[in-house]
Design a protein around this ligand. Structure first.
Ligand SMILES: [Mn+2]
Length: 413
């Protein structure tokens, strides 16, 4: 993604910070053991969102004084021996190019630099990214620095960047939506490849190989998250990663997968009969999920409370299941629907956003209808990615075969 995106993200952040403040963000590091089994390294998503840099042990600092902001990146030095093991490090010029931050210093200068700034008494606040998901890790730099600052600079107020960044990440910019659309084309290619090759006797790992191969043909070397691909009764394990099951005639295939393009993740699920022809019971259940999904895409629009998406999926799908005789009362819905139906996607597949309020334009979240009917031996989910527009919404994954006709059509041609 071009660096104007990251520059704009930082500008938006600075607008929310009034008093003279220091902002410090860490890209993170692989576990501090020497073993190379921890590579490839994945940088903090908030760090990448703000800087565009994905290198290990990199620190971003902003000295915010009203409209006057000095930005600095602290990077690892070039080191031929370290690079021989773990790959090429970015040069200063490359960091400038990716981030739009013009002051580049070496990591070893960081401690004396921030100590001098905090000792100057000029800064009332230190903003760090305290991510609740990582606070239990003993080697999280934000928590380490926090402990240090409390001890040595107790007059500096520690504040949390996390909610500020979360609220920014809730609304997608147009370049993010473009990247998601590109990712959708690739996800579609992967799912269509699985549908086309599907047949009784095929192993789950063979479906997975089809998906991975199609992604790689588009330059996507690993999916946005570990793919969930299962057949028959394995579909009743929501997070299934066994891959060794075999599709038997009459089984449904379930997959919950996504490509990532330019850091933007997709999360799409489809279900289909492995032999390419829905039987009566599969058809009945699939139509329930499909009707519920279609209904959701017809009503989602700005102003609706986000929490209503999940609740409405359950309610509407209950009516559907009741109409085919499966549910007698709403109390029974938990027997067939085992998980929530909406989460945001973006830099993370379960995106780090503020989902507490009303739906607004340019949010992107999943609409996920999962039906698990153990007595019929049929379980699957239909999950699409919903982009909220000014007056409604768009299904970003609608090109991935979704109706019974589309799925049977693509599997039999
Ligand atoms: Mn999913």
């Amino acid at each position: 993604m071009i660096n104007t995106f990251h520059i704009e993200n930082r500008k938006t952040l600075y607008m929310k910070i009034k008093e003279p403040s220091l902002i410090i963000m860490f890209s993170g590091h692989a576990p501090r053991k020497t073993a190379d089994e921890y590579y490839p390294f994945f940088a903090s998503r908030n760090f990448v969102y703000m800087t565009g840099v994905e290198s290990e042990n990199t620190i971003f600092m902003a000295e915010v004084n009203g409209d006057d902001v000095v930005e600095t990146m602290f990077i690892l030095p070039k080191d031929l021996l370290a690079e021989r093991w773990n790959g090429k490090r970015l040069s200063s010029d490359e960091v400038v190019e990716k981030s739009g931050v013009n002051n580049i210093k070496l990591l070893k200068e960081f401690e004396s630099y921030y100590t001098r700034l905090l000792s100057s008494g000029k800064y009332e606040n230190l903003y760090l990214d305290f991510d609740k998901f990582t606070k239990d890790e003993p080697d999280n730099e934000a928590y380490e620095l926090c402990a240090e600052v409390k001890k040595i600079h107790p007059f500096v107020a520690l504040k949390n960047l996390h909610p500020l960044i979360k609220s920014q990440r809730t609304i997608k910019k147009s370049c993010e939506i473009d990247a998601m659309k590109e990712a959708q084309k690739i996800t579609r290619a992967g799912i269509v490849a699985m549908m086309k090759s599907s047949k009784p006797g095929m192993y789950e790992y063979q479906y997975k190989a089809e998906f991975d191969y199609a992604l790689a043909q588009h330059g996507v070397l690993s999916p946005a998250f570990p793919s969930i691909i299962s057949a028959g009764s394995n579909n009743f394990f929501i997070h299934y990663y066994g891959y060794r099951g075999k599709a038997q005639a009459g089984d449904m295939i379930l997959n919950d997968v996504g490509a990532c393009y330019d850091n933007e993740c997709n999360d799409v699920s489809r279900g289909w009969p492995c032999n390419g022809k829905f039987n009566e019971k599969q058809k009945l259940l699939y139509e329930c999920a499909f009707n519920t999904s279609e209904y959701m895409f017809s009503i989602i629009k700005p102003g609706m409370p986000m929490k209503d998406v999940d609740a409405t999926i359950k309610k509407y799908n209950y009516e559907q299941l009741k109409s085919i005789g499966l549910c007698k009362s709403f109390d029974e819905i938990g027997k067939y629907m085992w998980h929530g139906g909406a989460h945001h996607v973006g830099y993370d597949v379960h995106d780090v956003v503020d989902a507490s309020g009303l739906i607004v334009p340019n949010m992107v979240f999943c609409v996920d209808v999962g039906i698990y009917c153990e007595e019929w031996g049929i379980g699957f989910r239909l999950e699409d990615n919903c982009l909220v527009t000014e007056d409604g919404c768009i299904n970003l994954s609608k090109e991935t075969p979704r109706t019974i006709e589309e799925i049977e059509g693509i599997m039999n041609n």
